[in-house]
Design a protein around this ligand. Sequence first.
Ligand SMILES: [Zn+2]
Length: 390
Amino acid sequence: MEQIRTLVCKLQPTEEQELELHATLVRFAEACTYVHATLPPNMRNKDRMQALIYRDVRDRFQLSAHLAIQAIRRVAMHRKAAHETQSGVGTFAPTSIQYDARIFSFRERGHTVSLTLLHRRERLCLALGHYQRGKLKGATPTAAQLCRHGDGTYALHIQLHTPLTPPPMPDKAIGVDLGRRDIAHTSTGQSWSGDDMRRVRDHYARVRRGVQQHVSKGTRSTRRRGRQLLARLSGREKRFQRHTNHRISKTLVAEATAAQAMLVLEDLQGIRQRTNTQRRTKTERRRSNSWAFFQLRQFVAYKAAVASVLVVWHPPAYTSQMCHACLHLGHRQAKRFACTNAVCGWCGDADGHAAKNLAILGLNVAQARGPWVHSRWSGKSTGLLKAAGL
Ligand SMILES: [Zn+2]
């Protein structure tokens, strides 16, 4: 098993190289457009397509052998994707080219790459930060994507293959409850309050609203500037969210590694329906619909895979209503949970409580019904039985 990670590295081309990069991307896109227009539209097999049109593409567009092949592959890929989603193949923009080991190489000394371009092979400098240097140390990447970003700069998205070792089966589990009040809350008591995030995001929403009024009413130039500002703001908010998700997932995986435990997270399909059952104001709707939980899950998954930490996804049914101490159903009200079982009577923080339930359930699932949870099962504990789908 291995994992592919993409490292975005800025290129520092000379003026001459920049022209050459641009020319290559344009010619590549032209070749794609030609291939798509020439071959029968229902043909999707890249080898068949290559056999038919390779020679023609090379003569017509003067692309190197592998660039021509990549162009044909791109068309095949677009056609397959369009076929699957039942949509049309869009236009081919001069924004990216896939490079493999035959037309791309990386040299760690000096941090340069060599790329086959339209007229010649070029050696280009990379502008790397500390993070990228660390990731590229000792690496021999064999694939990359040359990209032209929206701001007109060029970047190389280098694909790094990391071998993975299958995670061992731990006998401990850390449950993580995801929600709106606390973005994440672990069974060990760590939590990330949603309040700070909400303040930042409310601020962005306010600013956006103000700008939107200008965009819809003002003069032509005001409208244009307003649109640009909106685009910039959305980028900022996205980066903020991304950064927060990286921080949370990194801490979760580090904690699991240190404790030699597995991570148990809610299987969040349908979180929006679940949290959106009650009538709410417009502001509340925006708040609850907008945290990137899917991204957070992805970050946890890939960070855990690299660190050999086992992650179990568990359906969230009953995890907040069932008492983790006696497995009876209890009452949850806002941030408090109270067990209705007279013998038990546990009450406390609802999020931490749900996380503890997840830890118990996750261990049970991962260890194929370990004996210790079985011993706590009773006929009355309908919550757990339903949650486990029995
Ligand atoms: Zn209880």
